[in-house]
Design a protein around this ligand. Structure first.
Ligand code: AMP
Length: 215
C-alpha cells in the first residue's frame, strides 16, 4: 500500500503515519524528518533548506523533488510507504506523478487530515520533539513519562524552532495557499479520503483504520 498524507502542520500526520506503518508493515517517509536529518548532518541540502524551514517557508520544489526521487529508490520502500509532508505544492505533485510512472508505482489513496486553526496553534505550541528519533509529544495530551526525555530512545526533547508562534502562523498561511490546492488536484483523480483529526489519537486512528481496511 502506498499513500500520501495531507493536512495542516500539527494535524497528527506523523503520529498517525507511525501507527499505520507498525500495523501494516510499510515505511513512513517524512519529508520534514529527512530535511532535519540533512540539517543535522550539515549536507548541502541541509544548509540550503535550513533558512526556509526556520522561517516556516517551503523549501524550493527542485530540492524537494530531487531528495524524494533519490530516497524512493531505496529498497526499504518496496513494500509500501506513507508520504508524510510531500508533495506540498502542485508542482511537486505533478513532478511526483512522473516519478511514479518511472518507478512503475501507483498511489492507492490520499488521506486528508482536517483540523481547525485554533486547534493547530494550541497543538503546535505545546509540541515537543525528540532530537534523535523525531517522535513527538504534547505537553498536555501526550506527555513523555519523564519530562523532556523521549520514551522510545531516551533522547532529549526540544521545541522545534518552527513550532513557535511566528513561524506557525507562516506555516499555516503557506498550507492554505500552497498545499490545500492539492486536495482538489487529487480529488479530481478520485483518490481522496477525509479524516477529522480532532480528539483522541487512538479514536482518530480507529477512523483511519476503517478507511484503510476498504483498500
Ligand atoms: P514538517 O516536519 O512536515 O512540518 O516540515 C517542516 C518544514 O520542512 C516545513 O515547514 C518546510 O519548511 C519543510 N518541508 C517539509 N516538507 C516539504 C515539502 N514537501 N516542500 C517544501 N518544504 C517542505
Amino acid at each position: 500500500m502506498r499513500m500520501i498524507f495531507i493536512g495542516p502542520p500539527g494535524a497528527g500526520k506523523g503520529t498517525q503515519a507511525k501507527k499505520i506503518c507498525e500495523d501494516y508493515d510499510i515505511v513512513q517517509l517524512s519529508s520534514g524528518d529527512l530535511l532535519r536529518y540533512h540539517i543535522e548532518k550539515g549536507t548541502e541540502v541541509g544548509i540550503h533548506a535550513n533558512n526556509f524551514i526556520s522561517r516556516g517557508e517551503l523549501v524550493p520544489d527542485n530540492i524537494m523533488i530531487d531528495m524524494i526521487k533519490k530516497e524512493l529508490k531505496d529498497s526499504r520502500y518496496e513494500n509500501g510507504y506513507i508520504l508524510d509532508g510531500f508533495p506540498r505544492t502542485i508542482t511537486q505533485a505533478e513532478e511526483f506523478d512522473d516519478i511514479l510512472i518511472k518507478l512503475r508505482q501507483k498511489i492507492d489513496l490520499v488521506m486528508v487530515l482536517m483540523l481547525p486553526q485554533e486547534e493547530i496553534v494550541k497543538r503546535l505550541s505545546q509540541r515537543r520533539t525528540c532530537k534523535t528519533c523525531g517522535n513527538s509529544y504534547h505537553l498536555e495530551f501526550k506527555p513523555p513519562k519523564i519530562p523532556n526525555i523521549c520514551d522510545i530512545d531516551g533522547g532529549t526533547l526540544y521545541q522545534r524552532y518552527d513550532d513557535q508562534e511566528g513561524p506557525i502562523m507562516n506555516r499555516l498561511r503557506v498550507y492554505d495557499t500552497q498545499t490545500k490546492p492539492l486536495i482538489e488536484y487529487y480529488s479530481k483523480k478520485g483518490m481522496v479520503e477525509f479524516v477529522d483529526s480532532i480528539g483522541d489519537i487512538s479514536a482518530i486512528y480507529h477512523n483511519i483504520k476503517s478507511i484503510l481496511d476498504k483498500y
